[in-house]
Design a protein around this ligand. Structure first.
Ligand code: B12
Ligand code: SF4
Ligand code: SF4
Length: 376
């Protein structure tokens, strides 16, 4: 079980603190949520009444334009996203939470030497964040024994950014991410649906993007086609994680050295700069759009060793090595595909023989392309 690994303090729930705090319990769900947020190391937690999504028409238009590529489940989710009551008629309120993932919010299952999105440098949040929600629910259930609480993290048919927006967790940035003035955007969203009544209604935050367009300019594949509209099928995150296909030849060079996901439209954002400064994090590496071809010999050999493993080992062994890591979402074939693109773009010619001998039928065209790019 990945949750039993040595957990940093952010994972540990301080029951003594919370029990003491409960003595101050004043009957308001908002007040109790504030106590739970602090005890569980969440960045934000808020409850609001379940209302119609404010951005559903943008979602519908986006689907009609086919920007979702092969993520057909997003079409199937529409009916529930429009009206969550069709799924859970008894739900009256939504508790939205934000959990920062940078610096790492959980121990990493695996550290890979290839450039990966910051969220992927943790254990897979679908498991540990869901467990955290369940522990929060166990505490809430003690205070409200008859209430219903349903946990959701990412994969359900919920328009999570919209729910977070309505509960004041952030505004929709031009990169489409939810951003908070104090917390930036490097956080996960999760929800607890409940039949409790929220005492107060929260005003959504205003848009603080102003005239800035940094995220749109930095995107290597031009995926942010206009403010708040992401052509997902061109986003590196989609191409290296969600898609099962081989990226079109016109996009391969633009993927650069990104092996799994991409963060550029967030790391250039001034609202995260503030967070980096507060946490004393040097951001230059995080925002680099350069292909660092002259990496140190040690880093180059680590990268080569990792990619050699991916290209030569069985799917079973690859899955075993990545157990508990979000990287597994791409599957063994997807990781091999991603390796081939980075090998080409970083000119890792030392792997020519492994690329040539690759057996996977579906990767043959890509492998041939990779070989063409390699120069000694
Ligand atoms: C599909 C999906 C993806 C797709 C598509 C992303 C996208 N932008 O749509 C891909 C694979 C590309 C992806 C990438 C990433 N994702 Co993702 N993804 C999802 C998922 C499952 C659904 C998102 C969705 O419905 N998209 C549909 C489109 C239409 O939504 P949208 O682009 O956000 O557009 C909205 C706004 O722009 C708004 N809007 C547009 N104009 C206007 C104008 C006004 C006035 C208003 C009010 C609103 C508005 O309306 C739209 C609908 O809500 C959610 C989880 C969930 N269940 O919600 C996670 C989620 C959005 N992803 C998340 C993360 C962390 C990522 C990555 C950072 C991972 C990475 N590093 O690689 C990147 C970020 C890329 C980016 N710039 O968005 C987090 C976002 C947290 C946050 N702070 O916003 C979520 C919420 C998962 C989670 N539980 O934490 N993701
Ligand atoms: S995650 Fe990367 S590829 Fe996707 S929109 Fe942001 S900058 Fe572009
Ligand atoms: S980079 Fe600028 S435009 Fe993009 S989300 Fe951040 S503040 Fe908004």
């Amino acid at each position: 079980m990945i949750f039993n690994r040595g957990c940093p303090s952010i994972h540990k729930f301080n029951m003594a603190d919370f029990s003491q705090s409960l003595n101050k319990f004043n009957g308001s769900i908002e007040n109790n949520l504030e106590l739970l947020k602090n005890s569980f190391g969440l960045n934000q937690a808020a409850i609001g009444p379940l209302r119609s999504p404010l951005s559903i028409e943008f979602y519908e238009k986006w689907l009609v334009q086919n920007y979702h590529g092969t993520m057909s489940y997003l079409n199937e989710h529409l009916v529930f996203k429009k009206d969550l009551k069709t799924l859970h008629p008894q739900v009256t309120s939504v508790i939205s939470v934000a959990q920062s993932y940078f610096p790492a919010a959980s121990p990493a299952a695996l550290n890979v030497p290839a450039r990966s999105a910051l969220y992927a440098q943790n254990d897979d949040y679908h498991f540990w964040l869901k467990e955290k929600l369940k522990s929060i629910i166990a505490e809430l259930q003690k205070i409200y024994p008859d209430a219903i609480f349903l946990p959701y993290v990412d994969s359900g048919p919920l328009l999570e950014r919209d729910l977070g927006y309505q509960n004041g967790l952030g505004w929709f940035g031009k990169n489409t991410c939810l951003i908070h003035p104090d917390h930036g955007s490097l956080f996960f969203l999760a929800e607890i649906l409940t039949d409790l009544k929220a005492d107060s209604t929260i005003e959504p935050l205003p848009d603080f993007c102003g005239k800035c367009t940094k995220c749109i300019e930095v995107c290597p594949t031009g995926a942010i086609i206009e403010p708040r509209v992401l052509r997902a099928e061109h986003c590196i995150s989609y191409l290296t994680i969600e898609s099962k296909d081989i990226p079109d030849i016109s996009l391969r060079k633009n993927i650069g050295d990104w092996f799994f996901g991409c963060d550029l439209c967030q790391t250039v954002c001034p609202w995260n700069e503030k967070v980096f400064r507060q946490k004393k994090i040097e951001k230059s590496d995080l925002t680099s759009t350069e292909l660092t071809l002259n990496i140190s010999p040690e880093k180059r050999s680590d990268l080569i060793e990792y990619f050699r493993f991916l290209l030569t080992e069985s799917h079973k062994k690859i899955q075993k090595k990545h157990f508990g890591s979000p990287l597994l979402r791409a599957g063994a074939k997807g990781l091999k595909r991603n390796a081939l693109i980075v090998i080409a773009n970083k000119n890792l010619f030392e792997l020519k023989a492994e690329v040539k001998n690759l057996k996977d039928e579906a990767l043959q065209e890509l492998a041939a392309w990779t070989l063409q790019q390699l120069e000694e």
